[in-house]
Design a protein around this ligand. Sequence first.
Ligand code: GSH
Length: 285
Amino acid sequence: RRHLTTMAAAAPDSEWLQQDSRRMLHAVYRVGDMQKHIDFYTKLLGMKLLRQRDIPQDKYSNAFLGYGPEETNFAIELTYNYGVDSYDIGEGFGHFGVALPDVYAAADKIKAGGGTITREAGPVKGGSTVIAFARDPTGYMWELIQRKQTQEPLCQVMLRVGDLQRSIDYFTKVMGMKLLRTRDVPEYKYTLAFLGYGPEEDNCVLELTYNYGKTEYAKGNAYAQVALSTKDVYKTAEQIRAAGGAISREPGPVPGIGTKIVATIDPDGYKWVFVDEEDFNKELE
Ligand code: GSH
């Protein structure tokens, strides 16, 4: 078990971090059957299908789903690669969180619609918040979390990490997130850390789970990355390097699309892609 020693070491010290405005845009993952997912998210989770695109020359298509417009809200970007009908989910990705005013009713609706509830609605073990877990057509877990209505129902991306302090340092110093809160649950041997670019009430945040003693997780190939916005991918690349982070894709335009991006890999091997804010907004027009 690792203790959190320097929990408040969150002050980002780079000048660029203070000028930049960042936001979590969407989580990308690969699915074997696009229509099944679209049906599950729209009919049983209440999301909207926001946009779709087909890139035949590269043999894939995308669908974006969420609870509000991408200009302001977080989204799920599904990728279907022609002819690939299944993926290995791995064990590192935990769940997406959805905040709903009545989790009991939401779980009933999912069951009535033929969806799978793997954990019935009720207070979380070791706490009081009412939760339930649903499994989507690929096997990804969706945590339904009872909360009063918010601007951003798509409220969490949960990833399992092997060293919580190492991750907190990375997401605060390299990614420029704020540490919002931590929660240690000794009776079930895990610790959580919530990080993000704004308060949990109206922003999707990153939830990191550390299970006592577990230092590595199999990644699989279904979950891909989270995309984040930045005002300048070149300055962000410099800032990431100066903070000791690893650049896995140099800053610059994506061939064919023109949107400027830069990618980094976190200490557990998860990928994070910064997207130029202006280029992203043009994609939405
Ligand atoms: N070992 C768990 C994992 O890696 O997923 C630790 C995280 C955890 O237990 N999270 C809570 C949970 O799933 C939600 S914050 N509780 C199960 C329950 O209440 O049934």
